[in-house]
Design a binder for this molecule. Structure first.
Ligand SMILES: Nc1nc2c(CCNCC3CCCC3)c3[nH]c(NCCc4ccccc4)nc3cc2c(=O)[nH]1
Length: 374
């Protein structure tokens, strides 16, 4: 059991990076896609299935778990890993983003942090930077995120500047609260909206804190993909090359390909799981919406060459029926297919970088999607 958190940069292909994070609970092969486990479960999946797909790490949701069953209760129950039976690394978001997305009656104060009413029972909660780190510690999280504020785009400079400065101050408070926990890590989150000089200011401020990893936040919040990619090109050169970079909330397979090409190592997104529950399948030939009537009598599977039973052994006609009937098996099979496809894509990305052929891999993959549904 290595006691420390270590990131090894194995090789690069242009700005694309092949790496590995070593932690006491296991290795994380990067570039990595981290399935989102919202309330202690990756919806519609058994966690050993998630592991068998090749996931090295999953996300837990501080906001949901602090409300139900409660952070202290999870600690009394032995921590998240043993409760949900996932012995591998878990990354938890700090909760601020989820408060802004889900909670009612929210208030943000530089000193006190976030005050909000639970979307479950209306109870009032306060979350300071220190409390967010305390909650993530009680959950047993291996990689903890600073409490930050993510400004939705489009937004004006004064709002973005004020928010970015506050998030920087919160990063320092979170680093103090986190202290020195060998084998665990706290990542800072770069903000700055779509304004280059604020992105540089935020990245340099965080780089000065010598953190174990850096997330790029404040993106995938409504801006066009080219704006997101421009902000990566502005931000990433300001971050230490020897530390992992995590692009929060991203994204589609195309977002991932293009962000890896610019130097991102870690991704999380609800897309494959949420879309699966809504009848959307990601395949090597692009997306297939199983709600569409054209599948009603199509006996072909999603992908007869796949090694995932959900993609290989079930007809589109049956998947269409399950989705139209709102049967839970529909969401289960499509979530299984989608998480398999995302891990298959990440494995292809890692192999291509290792062999110095990432540009070709990216072009061929995008071409396959464009050929559409055979
Ligand atoms: N702390 C923090 N978190 C962010 C997140 C949440 C990342 N997933 C957390 C998991 C932990 C538990 C739940 C999620 C983001 N998610 C997105 N976009 C999602 C876009 C999207 C929305 C719906 C479907 C698909 C994509 N941008 C994000 C920016 C930030 C940010 O600045 N700060």
């Amino acid at each position: 059991m290595s006691e420390d958190f270590r990131f090894t940069l194995k090789t690069t292909d242009g700005d694309a990076r092949l790496g590995e994070i070593t932690m006491p609970r296991g290795q994380i092969r990067t570039p990595a896609f981290m399935p989102v486990g919202t309330a202690g479960t990756v919806k519609a999946m058994y966690l050993d299935q998630v592991r068998d797909l090749g996931a090295d790490i999953i996300l837990g949701n501080t906001y949901h778990l602090m409300l139900r069953p409660g952070a202290e209760r999870v600690a009394r129950l032995g921590g998240l890993h043993s409760l949900i039976r996932w012995p591998h690394p878990i990354l938890t978001d700090s909760g601020g983003f989820q408060v802004m997305s889900l909670a009612a009656l929210r208030e943000i104060d530089d000193k006190k942090g976030v005050t909000f009413k639970s979307h479950i029972d209306g109870s009032v909660h306060h979350m300071s930077p220190e409390r967010s780190i305390e909650i993530q510690g009680l959950l047993g999280s291996d990689i903890q995120m600073q409490l930050d504020e993510c400004v939705r785009l489009p937004a004006e400079r004064p709002e973005i500047e004020k928010s970015t400065e506050m998030s920087l101050r919160w990063a320092e408070r979170c680093r103090e609260a986190f202290g020195d926990q060998p084998g665990k890590a706290m990542f800072g989150i770069v903000q700055g909206g779509d304004i280059p000089d604020l992105r540089i200011r935020s990245a340099r401020g965080l780089a000065g804190l010598d953190l174990k990893g850096y997330a790029v936040g404040g993106l995938a919040v409504g801006e066009p993909q080219d704006v997101m990619l421009d902000m990566l090109e502005t931000t990433l050169p300001e971050l230490p090359a020897q530390k992992p970079r995590y692009l929060m909330g991203v994204g589609t397979p195309d977002d991932i390909l293009k962000s890896v090409a610019r130097g991102i190592d870690m991704f999380d997104c609800v897309m494959p799981t949420r879309a699966g529950r809504h009848g959307l399948a990601f395949t090597r030939r692009g997306k297939v919406n199983l709600r569409n009537a054209r599948h009603a009598e199509d006996l072909r599977p999603l992908d007869e060459e796949s090694d995932c039973p959900a993609a290989r052994d079930y007809s589109r006609a049956y998947l269409h029926h399950l989705v139209r009937s709102n049967e839970s098996l529909g969401g289960m099979l499509l979530t299984w297919n989608n998480l398999h496809y995302y891990q298959y894509l990440m494995q292809g990305i890692r192999a291509a970088i290792a062999e110095g052929r990432y540009a070709t891999f990216m072009a061929e993959t995008q071409n396959d999607w464009a050929r559409g549904d055979i």
